[in-house]
Design a protein around this ligand. Structure first.
Ligand code: NI
Length: 175
């Protein structure tokens, strides 16, 4: 495993967080290094998911770890993920995002999804995700299409969060 490096997490609003990402053409050493860095950056933050565009890499890749607090780590890397099935049943979770720190809102999504993806060895998988995993993979897949969790809430709440984030970014830029 190559040495891992923390990557800088982009904060909303940023035009790169609103773009549709390109598929990964080759699962090569560069992608494996990116995946390691993204996991390290996610754990350091800390968070349960991180997508390529959040570290300024406009590629269809994300990482998650939805293991319970006391359970063993469960790092997953999903490359070129695609939804192949969604449940009719819905679930509502309070979501947050490393690009929108300290802001949480309830979002309703299908409670189960099936997703196909490549792993870091380029091997094709199709897995079913439920509970927190289902929310996480849908939230992260959204990032690859330039969609943030605040795009699923009311316009008024979104505007409020965006204005708070603009203020935060101004403060951070001054330091
Ligand atoms: Ni996010």
């Amino acid at each position: 495993m190559p040495r891992m490096t923390l990557r800088n997490i982009l904060l909303h609003p940023d035009p790169r967080l609103k773009k549709v990402c390109e598929p990964v053409a080759d699962v090569d050493a560069k992608i494996r290094k990116l995946a390691s860095d993204m996991l390290e950056t996610m754990y350091d933050a800390p968070g349960v998911g991180l997508a390529g565009p959040q570290v300024g890499v406009m590629k269809r890749i994300f990482v998650i770890d939805c293991a319970e607090k006391d359970a063993a780590a469960d790092p997953m890397v999903l490359i070129n993920p695609q939804i192949t099935w969604v449940s009719e049943g819905l679930n509502t979770y309070e979501e947050g995002c490393l690009s929108i720190p300290d802001m949480y809102e309830e979002v309703t999504r299908p409670e189960m999804v099936r997703m196909s993806y490549l792993d870091v060895d380029g091997k094709l998988h199709e897995d079913e995700f439920d509970e927190l995993y289902a929310t996480a993979v849908q939230h992260e897949l959204d990032h690859l299409d330039g969609v943030l969790f605040i795009d699923h809430i009311s316009k008024m709440k979104r505007a409020m969060i965006t204005s708070k984030m603009k203020k935060l970014k101004k403060e951070l830029a001054r330091d």
